[in-house]
Design a binder for this molecule. Structure first.
Ligand code: BLA
Length: 516
């Protein structure tokens, strides 16, 4: 059954996922005041790490529970301001009467959080992790020459290290939709998500913001009961911020999503390129999967290594494209400065405007009319477009660009095959002269993991909305779009227009001198 009115997806963005009030049961959490290191709160399962100490822990100094050496390192790091966010202090601790633990501490919002994770002794059902040396894995990643190869190599290496049934590289687009661009999976799992696109609401804005700060998440068992954090009244006022806690309970709405996907144990590690969340390295397991701390750290490092490789590959490609453009622009500028006819200088000869910006067509509009080269709309249609641009582009803006012209300018529907993409820059302040570049439509199909117009199903009393249940391939035909323009192409176009303006002014001055 479907609801008639659209569901408000912003509900998803309002869930405060950094303060869920609980952790996953793999760990015990102690929360202390960062000034006096007295315990303010702890997870309800505290007896697992400290048998017999479960009561009257509130107010107790941290060093009554944890080794002095650990606490003094902690104090020192705090004093030096070296315990924020993803800076941690870790050590093995051996509490009385309890199994050995790995203790990891970090500070957040005036509190110190110590997560104690039992050194694993788990039923075979959980599958074993296979930590491997990260060195060779990074070397294979470095050998990749394209983003696709790098993503592929990372997925393969991380699956081998962690034992997930499937590891995916998920890449965001400019609108925060995403695509699974690489997949390494167990042959026995027939379901493949490779090449599928997913709507932005599947990973809401606050989650993306959190993932930019905190780099990885692991869920051992989707169905495990979260362990509440207990504390005094002050805790209810300011709940413990778990942004950087490794064992933060994930959003129940997202866990429902995982259920619908058939995923139990999971991982996601942030791939951050140039300060922006570029994508996620995602692990899926059909059963619960415990991934030990060293392997978790290595998998997160692989996401960072991928990010660096992507930055190298994309940076180099960008540099090469810009060098080629600078050379072509240089030739055009030389002709411009030697010519009295700027339109001719840009539209005939060995190098023309068509050598810029991967355009198939270009035009120059002046007071006298338009000159077109390559694949363009008719000159009359370009004149009408010029008038529309003059009227529409806000004053003060240097130009206009789109890769879906007919949505903004319906008459463009008739020439979508020639000009679905438009980049236009004004030459002079009066806007009488302008340069235009066109790109043809690239009809495409986008395969979505479920109908992107219905990202949710109506909820119930406890949850206003729920994730969709179906991830069946849903194919969208996209018409009226060209390949998108890059931001640098627009700024190069603007600077070319400035050069032309200089030349046009010089021509006018010459004419005035000659006639005056
Ligand atoms: C989080 N959603 C996530 C995460 C992923 C996805 C990877 C990160 C958390 C994790 O480590 O598992 C989505 N998983 C995907 C996608 C693929 C995949 C796209 O494997 C494709 C290959 N999600 C919804 C709706 C809501 C929602 C409708 O679909 C809200 C109503 C919420 N998703 C949601 C929230 C989180 C999330 C709140 C944050 C979970 C957390 O970190 O607590």
């Amino acid at each position: 059954r479907e609801r008639a009115e659209p569901v408000d997806v912003s509900v998803c963005e309002r869930e405060p996922i950094h303060i869920p009030g609980s952790i996953q049961p793999d760990a015990v959490l102690l929360v202390a005041d960062a000034t006096d290191l007295r315990i303010l709160a702890h997870s309800a399962n505290v007896a697992e790490a400290f048998p017999g100490r479960a009561t009257k822990l509130l107010g107790c100094p941290l060093d009554r529970l944890l080794p002095l050496a650990f606490v003094s390192r902690l104090r020192e790091a705090l004093a030096k301001g070296r315990l924020g966010g993803d800076q941690t202090i870790a050590d093995r601790v051996y509490p009385d009467g309890a199994p050995a633990c790995l203790a990891v501490a970090h500070a957040q919002a005036g509190r110190v959080l110590v997560e104690l994770e039992g050194i694993p002794d788990r039923p075979g059902d959980f599958g074993s992790a296979h930590p491997s040396n990260a060195g060779p894995a990074v070397a294979r990643l470095r050998a990749a020459q394209t983003v696709a190869e790098a993503a592929e190599a990372t997925a393969r290496e991380v699956r081998a290290m962690t034992g997930f049934d499937s590891v995916l590289v998920y890449r965001f687009d400019a609108d925060w939709n995403g695509e699974a661009i690489a997949e390494a999976k167990a042959a026995a799992w027939s379901r493949s998500l490779l090449g599928l696109h997913f709507p932005a609401s599947d990973i809401p804005a606050q989650a993306r913001a959190l993932y930019l700060r905190s780099r990885s998440r692991f869920v051992t068992d989707r169905d495990a009961e979260p362990v509440p954090i207990l504390g005094d009244a002050a805790l209810a006022e300011t709940p413990v911020d778990l942004t950087f806690a490794q064992h933060r309970s994930l959003s129940p709405i997202h866990l429902e999503y995982q259920r619908n996907l058939g995923v139990n144990g999971s991982m996601s590690a942030s791939i951050i390129v140039g300060g922006v969340l570029w994508g996620l390295l995602i692990g899926h397991h059909r059963r619960p999967l415990y991934v030990p701390p060293e392997t978790r750290a290595t998998a997160s490092l692989m996401a960072e290594a991928l990010a660096m490789r992507v930055q190298e590959i994309e940076g180099r490609r960008l540099w090469e494209a810009q060098q080629a453009h600078l050379a072509a622009e240089g030739r055009l500028v030389r002709r411009l400065t030697r010519s009295d006819d700027y339109v001719a200088a840009l539209t005939d000869g060995d190098t023309t405007m068509l050598d810029l910006f991967e355009a198939e067509g270009a035009a120059i509009a002046t007071e006298d009319g338009v000159t077109v080269i390559g694949l363009t709309p008719d000159p009359e249609a370009v004149c009408a477009l010029r008038d529309w641009l003059r009227a529409t582009v806000p004053p003060g803006e240097a130009g206009y660009s789109t890769h879906g012209l007919s949505a903004a300018y319906p008459p463009a529907t008739t020439f979508a095959d020639r000009a679905s993409g438009l980049a236009a820059v004004f030459i002079d302040e009066s806007r009488r002269n302008l340069l235009l570049w066109f790109r043809p439509e690239v009809p495409s199909t986008v395969s979505w993991g479920g109908d992107p117009r219905k990202p949710v199903t109506p909820g119930n009393e406890s949850a206003p909305i729920l994730p969709r249940r179906s991830f069946e391939r849903w194919v969208e035909e996209r018409r009226g779009f060209s390949k998108p323009w890059a931001a640098w192409q627009l700024s190069f176009a603007t600077s070319l227009a400035q050069v032309v303006e200089g030349v046009v002014l010089r021509q006018r001055r010459t004419i005035i001198e000659l006639t005056g």
